[in-house]
Design a protein around this ligand. Structure first.
Ligand SMILES: [Zn+2]
Ligand SMILES: [Zn+2]
Length: 277
């Protein structure tokens, strides 16, 4: 689906949105769950481009609903996988791997439930979880770095949802990619569901720092792109302090959670499904 002439989302993928920046070289932003690789390549062929034009895969954060098909695309095209330096760990051989979220602490319950919904998580004591595959990272980025693509993709570090979440910002046209730092529920924008109050405060500081941007389009990991009143709506998120108890936040977000879970079980965007239901 075309957002602008040079910015498309791939239809009917599982997991997060997959965005293509179509310059002479193609940049893929996020890849959804594992198994989307061929669909992404087919889309690129369908719009008359060569799959060899894919040069880089930029991951907004390590979560598997965003990074799941990165390895597949890398294997099919040779494109390099790029993530923030705080989203990687060192492999025994010194190469870099994307974190899996289970390094120092057990993954949070919502993440386990989501993995289970997609058949990746531990389903019962007799059916142990399928191992998440390793995803190599070929290049790391930090705040302020510029990645090639559409005149330059500026990397804004937005920790909170994960330590190395990034909000890539393209200058022409002015598009901000918010990953999971902001969710588009169609009727409203919201923060992602996070249990840890300290991390919510970190996220809020990151969102405060985006207030001064002049983006005219916002893309989200989940939910359709926003093309009207973008910054008014993004600023609206931090206009009021956000310090609700976790149970209230969970209650507020249960619809989002259900939608999010269903994008892992069947392909398609939130908006499309809403129309079909
Ligand atoms: Zn996430
Ligand atoms: Zn996500």
């Amino acid at each position: 689906m075309e957002i602008t002439e040079k910015v498309h989302t791939v239809d009917d993928v599982y997991g997060s949105n997959v965005v293509l920046l179509l310059d002479t070289e193609i940049t893929v932003i996020d890849t959804g769950f594992p198994g989307n690789g061929q669909k992404i390549l087919d889309y690129i062929r369908d719009i008359g481009r060569q799959t060899e034009d894919i040069k880089r895969i930029l991951i907004t954060h390590f979560h598997f609903d965003h990074s799941g098909s990165a390895l597949e695309i890398h294997n099919l095209t040779g494109a390099s996988i790029i993530a923030h330096k705080d989203e990687v760990i060192k492999n025994v051989d010194g190469t870099l791997l994307l974190r899996k979220g289970e390094e120092n602490e057990p993954p949070p319950l919502w993440y386990k439930l989501a993995l289970r919904a997609t058949g990746l998580g531990r389903r019962s004591p007799k059916k142990p979880a399928r191992q998440l595959h390793d995803t190599p990272v070929h290049k790391t980025v930090s705040h302020g770095d510029i990645v090639p693509g559409l005149g330059g993709i500026s990397i804004i570090h937005s920790p909170g949802h994960t330590p190395g979440s990034i909000s890539p910002f393209v200058l022409d046209p002015k598009i901000i990619f918010l990953g999971d730092s902001v969710i588009n529920n169609i009727d409203r924008l919201s923060r992602p569901l996070m249990w840890d109050r300290a991390k919510r405060r970190t996220l809020d500081r990151s969102l405060q720092e985006l207030r001064e941007l002049d983006a005219t389009i916002a893309c989200f990991g989940h939910g359709p792109a926003l093309t009207e009143d973008v910054m008014t709506k993004v600023r609206g998120l931090t206009d009021r302090p956000y310090d609700l108890p976790t149970w209230q936040i969970a209650l507020k977000n249960w619809r989002t959670l259900r939608k999010w879970r269903s994008t892992g079980q069947r392909p398609g965007a939130w908006q499309t499904k809403k129309k079909n239901q």
